[in-house]
Design a protein around this ligand. Structure first.
Ligand code: PMP
Length: 308
């Protein structure tokens, strides 16, 4: 079990975590009618500072997820960032953290719908290290299909859609794999259970486009800039076939949780040499410098928590 937070933002104020409780008839709990975010705070030892990575962009997406669910939180993305910083100051962590905002249908009652329901907001933060092995994952293709935009839009982080992710993740686990790639309805790669996907082949990087039923990932968007502007790579956003991954030179997942996680084997076929490739190693190094606020060009992505 994860470490629990000390505090939660709940019903408009910061309370001890134990007081942040909902009843079993809460609509979101029964129907999955909620949306969430996932942000990281990175501890920079030299500066003794905790930096939250791209919080404004995370909360813009969070509000878009809420909009898809016709929830009005009455707060701007900037206000959500401020609340998050308050929660983090209350927690007072001097280590890497994970931040989980949740907007949920808070009424208790029967009757699935989006209209005429009150929504509520909670935000918590917990210490958090690695989410996935960083020495290379063995991945399979899931027998599940990615939830479709015309069923539950995967472009937002809608809680109910994560049943799909849970199917994908647990089947991979039971099959002895670290993760799975999931195909969309037309048979092209969408993403992992909770991460976007990139591959490198013959000097060109490819990633599924945001219309392939993948989440509009903030890490994905960040990597697109690093790859193009700083590593001088050409990156194509396009439909990717399953067998292209089998013959890729390198491949990796990216996301707030997994950060940049190399894939070294797919369905028992080695990717490249079957070890963490030189390109993704370089990318990881740059990424970790960026998120800890060590790269001047991207310093604005890193929002400090503590006053200096
Ligand atoms: N896809 C899915 C399904 C996810 O849950 C996540 C994690 N939020 C990602 C991709 C990566 O998105 P981000 O980089 O914004 O964390």
């Amino acid at each position: 079990m994860d470490v629990l937070p000390k505090f939660a933002y709940f019903n408009g104020r910061i309370v001890p975590y134990a007081e942040a409780k909902v009843g079993v008839l809460t609509m979101a709990l029964n129907y999955g009618t909620a949306c969430f975010g996932g942000l990281r705070g990175y501890w920079n030892e030299a500066e003794e500072q905790l930096f939250v990575f791209r919080p404004l962009d995370h909360f813009k997406r969070f509000l878009n997820s809420a909009k898809i669910l016709q929830m009005d939180l009455g707060l701007s993305a900037a206000q959500l960032v401020d609340i998050t910083l308050e929660v983090l100051r209350a927690e007072g962590q001097r280590q890497d953290v994970y931040i989980r905002p949740l907007a949920y249908q808070a009424d208790e009652g029967i009757g699935v719908r989006l209209h005429d329901v009150h929504s509520a907001l909670s935000i918590v933060a917990i210490p958090f290290g690695l989410y996935m092995t960083d020495c290379g994952a063995h991945v399979t293709f899931s027998s599940w299909r990615r939830v479709d935009d015309n069923a539950i839009p995967p472009r937002g982080k809608i809680s109910g859609a994560y049943v799909n992710s849970a199917f994908i993740k647990t089947d991979a686990h039971h099959g002895g794999y670290d993760e799975a790639l999931v195909l969309n309805q037309d048979g092209h790669i969408s993403e992992g259970s909770a991460a976007n996907f990139f591959m490198l082949r013959d000097g060109v990087i490819s990633t599924p486009s945001v219309t392939d039923n993948s989440l509009e990932g903030i890490t994905r968007r960040s990597l697109l800039r690093l790859l193009r502007e700083d590593l001088g790579m050409s990156v194509v956003e396009r439909p990717i076939d399953r067998s292209e991954v089998y013959v890729a030179d390198e491949a990796w997942f990216c996301g707030t949780g997994v950060q940049v996680s190399p894939i070294i084997k797919v369905d028992h076929r080695p990717i490249g040499t079957g070890e963490c490739g030189p390109f993704v190693s370089k990318l990881r190094e740059l990424f970790f410098d960026v998120v800890r606020g060590k790269v001047a060009k991207y310093r604005e992505w890193c929002v400090p928590v503590y006053a200096k």
